[in-house]
Design a protein around this ligand. Structure first.
Ligand SMILES: *Cc1c(COP(=O)(O)O)cnc(C)c1O
Length: 384
């Protein structure tokens, strides 16, 4: 089945009791048993819920994997992967990954004796030099947030396989429509379904997808034992979001390309971070592993002051100033004070994330309107 068909039909089976074409929201905590121990495969909703199962099946299909598991948030999905580890185990993670992942690793899991090495993953050699007998997991994210650095998933997977280390890729920025890490050799794909999968900024949810049955069983055991499951209503919303993922991503990519080129040509803009540019250092790798370049863009003004950045951020009318990304509406964000505020400033600057960097999540509105909105805000920023 082709992708466009999968988005609509994956996980969708007419409801056995009524024939309802859309998966019902099974808003129940428990299931009546015919006799002690005799049930229809459903006992208690932390362990099994039909709405969640339909979503998990859809997630597996669209991410080119065998098994999907849904969680109460993206960080809950990440948390489940970390629970595969034990004290003394080592993890190699991307130095410029999502701030919440960094916080989970550095503030929670390092307390439990797990050792983290943060490296620039756009250079594979950086990963190999940190691998030792205790290394159990490589945590990659590509494109990265917010600098749009690209990691070579095939290359990292080869290293992971050679050293028998698990590779988990946070695929939130690309979405399953643009990049499928399992098919490139990763063991686990993680998503913040809050973003492109849900697509409408109305739900918090996370997902894991994998191919290995034993790994799936272990992660399912963690999911039900630790209990970070999403509610059925949220599963329904993400299932609905997936139906339009393909066409939404097409428009996100078109609008993203239009805005990236507009910004690059703008005399007041110093630098634009977007992997679709031929002079982006990760462009060739991005082209080889992504179907298109997405709607996430970061940029800096030539006028490199906090004040100019602040004026720009509060002057857009269509772009809303907010954290998060991947919804149908366009958002503008200031990583230094918003999404990445949990990273110490020194660390942040060292990783190239400056005080005036601005990040856009380009929505699916009309591209001309979006460009006019940014153009107006940039004018105000450089003249005020
Ligand atoms: C939002 C996000 C997360 C965390 O997901 P939540 O659903 O907010 O818990 C992880 N990784 C990336 C890249 C994200 O954008």
């Amino acid at each position: 089945m082709k992708k466009a068909t999968q988005y609509i039909h994956a996980g969708a089976h007419p409801d056995p009791s009524t024939g309802a074409i859309m998966t019902p929201i099974y808003q129940t905590s428990t299931y009546v048993q015919e006799a002690p121990g005799v049930n229809k495969g459903y006992e208690y909703a932390r362990s099994q819920n039909p709405t969640r199962e339909a979503l998990e099946e859809a997630l597996a299909v669209i991410e080119e994997g065998k098994f999907g598991l849904a969680f109460g948030s993206g960080v809950a999905a990440t948390d489940a992967v970390m629970k595969l580890l034990k004290p003394g185990d080592e993890v190699i993670a991307a130095s410029d990954m999502y701030g919440g992942t960094y916080r989970l690793f550095s503030k929670i899991y390092s307390k439990f004796g797990i050792v983290f090495h943060y490296v620039d993953m756009s250079v594979i050699h950086n990963i190999e030099t940190k691998i030792n007998a205790n290394t159990k997991l490589i945590w990659a994210e590509t494109p990265t947030n917010p600098l749009m650095n690209i990691a070579d998933i095939r290359g990292i997977a080869a290293v992971a396989q050679r050293h028998k280390v698990l590779l988990c890729v946070d695929n939130t920025f690309a979405s399953p429509a643009l990049q499928n890490p399992l098919s490139l050799g990763a063991d686990i794909v993680m998503h913040s379904a809050t973003k492109y999968l849900g697509g409408h900024s109305d739900v918090i949810q996370g997902a894991l997808v994998m191919n290995d049955q034993a790994l799936r069983d272990e992660l399912y055991f963690i999911q039900k034992s630790c209990g970070a499951v999403p509610g059925p209503m949220d599963c329904f919303l993400v299932l609905r979001g997936i139906k339009t993922l393909g066409i939404r991503m097409e428009r996100h990519c078109q609008n993203g390309a239009a805005i990236a080129h507009f910004l690059k040509a703008h005399p007041a803009v110093k630098k634009v971070y977007w992997p679709g540019f031929e002079d982006h250092p990760g462009h060739e790798v991005a082209k080889s592993q992504m179907k298109d370049f997405g709607g996430m863009i970061s940029f800096e003004l030539k006028l490199d002051t906090m004040e100019a950045a602040r004026t720009l951020l509060s002057s857009t009318k269509i772009f809303s100033l907010a954290e998060s990304l991947g919804g149908v509406e366009s958002l503008i964000n200031h990583p230094a004070s918003m999404t990445h505020a949990s990273i110490p400033r020194e660390e942040r600057i060292k990783n190239g994330l400056g005080d005036t960097l601005i990040r856009l999540s380009v929505g699916i509105e009309d591209a001309d309107d979006l460009i006019a909105d940014l153009d107006h805000a940039i004018q105000l920023a450089i003249t005020s």
